[in-house]
Ligand binder design. Structure first.
Ligand code: NAP
Length: 299
């Protein structure tokens, strides 16, 4: 039996700026799959850096963001969306010419607008968003297989270097993802309905239940069944991350929220007037959507 020669790593050195759920999971997976010779990270607080080092997520984690990026071939900013611009400004002087700079932000247009002004000439910026996650955050939330079979959306800019885009695509495929390239504006509109609005609804429902007050409060928690329990899981998502998502995808979220409210009023009216056929028709249509999702292996 002939053995395949081991493939050389895609990158000599990867630097991750921010080492929570997403940064940590990239680190674990990239190491397991041999995608880089060296993986380092840097984060804002000494506590998080110490935790990341204790968990051995990367070869080293420090608090000097620029220092971590020296000689890196790939730098991925893995901070909350609202911190991407400032982090890029800090690391810019340390970025090596020819290196690929990327991010993982859940919103693309504002992150691009915040990062682009700081990207030095000769550095290839390719924005990205892995559509995979959990409600947990911080280094301890990092896990293997997070990206397996999940989409990673690249939103290259019109002047993005084609070779850099192809290499980042190979990296995300190497982590187990499927990759698609989408226009940043389309990305933000799609994610507004598929991810951001559902989170807003979950935060609202759990808040409303909590506001019921009195003895109902504890009863709600006691009898929390499937639907409500799922909402509480989503509503446990990181407050900083989600505050930043809503503030940065304001326009698209407000647009889908408007449409959602109209559709909710339609259902409210149907319930009030006993129009069961309207309810039945919608619930039948949505059941088909769920079945189609299962067919696409996205549920
Ligand atoms: P996380 O677990 O909370 O980790 C965030 C990391 O960024 C931590 O290391 C944190 O460091 C660091 N950080 C925060 N503010 C910073 C600042 N101002 N300057 C430098 N570092 C800072 O977050 P995450 O879930 O990995 O999310 C990271 C990014 O991935 C976000 O942009 C999010 O939109 C995107 N994303 C998240 C998910 C998800 O499901 N969670 C999915 C896809 C994409 P300290 O602890 O030291 O402050």
């Amino acid at each position: 039996m002939t053995t395949q020669p081991a493939k050389p790593p895609l990158f000599d050195k990867i630097a991750l700026i921010g080492i929570g759920l997403i940064g940590g999971s990239i680190a674990l997976e990239a190491r397991k799959r041999g995608l880089a010779k060296t993986i380092v990270s840097a984060t804002r607080s000494a506590e998080t850096a110490a935790l990341a080092n204790r968990l051995k997520l990367t070869d080293h984690c420090g608090t000097d963001l620029a220092e971590a990026c020296k000689d890196a071939d790939l730098v991925i900013v893995c901070t909350p969306v609202g911190a991407c611009g400032a982090a890029t400004k800090t690391i810019a002087p340390a970025l090596k010419p020819g290196c690929i700079l990327s991010d993982v932000g859940s919103v693309k247009q504002t992150v691009i607008a915040d990062m682009v002004p700081h990207v030095p000439a000769g550095v290839h910026f390719v924005p990205a968003h892995p559509v995979a996650g959990t409600e947990n955050s911080g280094p301890e939330a990092a896990l293997l297989d997070l990206f397996e079979g999940r989409w990673c959306i690249l939103t290259p800019l019109p002047d993005s270097d084609a070779a850099a885009v192809a290499k980042l695509e190979a990296f995300w495929k190497g982590l187990g993802s499927q990759v698609e390239r989408i226009d940043p504006k389309d990305h933000d509109r799609i994610l507004a309905i598929t991810s951001h609005l559902p989170h807003l609804i979950a935060y609202t429902i759990v808040g409303t239940a909590d506001d019921l007050g009195g003895h109902l409060n504890s009863e709600v928690l006691k009898f929390a069944a499937g639907g409500f329990r799922d909402f509480t899981r989503i509503a446990a998502s990181d407050p900083t991350m989600w505050r930043d998502v809503f503030l940065n995808n304001r326009e698209a979220v407000l647009e889908v929220l408007q449409r959602f409210q109209e559709d909710l009023f339609y259902l409210q009216r149907a319930i009030r007037w006993g129009e069961g056929d309207k309810l039945f028709d919608l619930f039948t249509r949505t059941r088909e959507i769920r079945r189609a999702l299962i067919h696409l292996h996205q549920a």
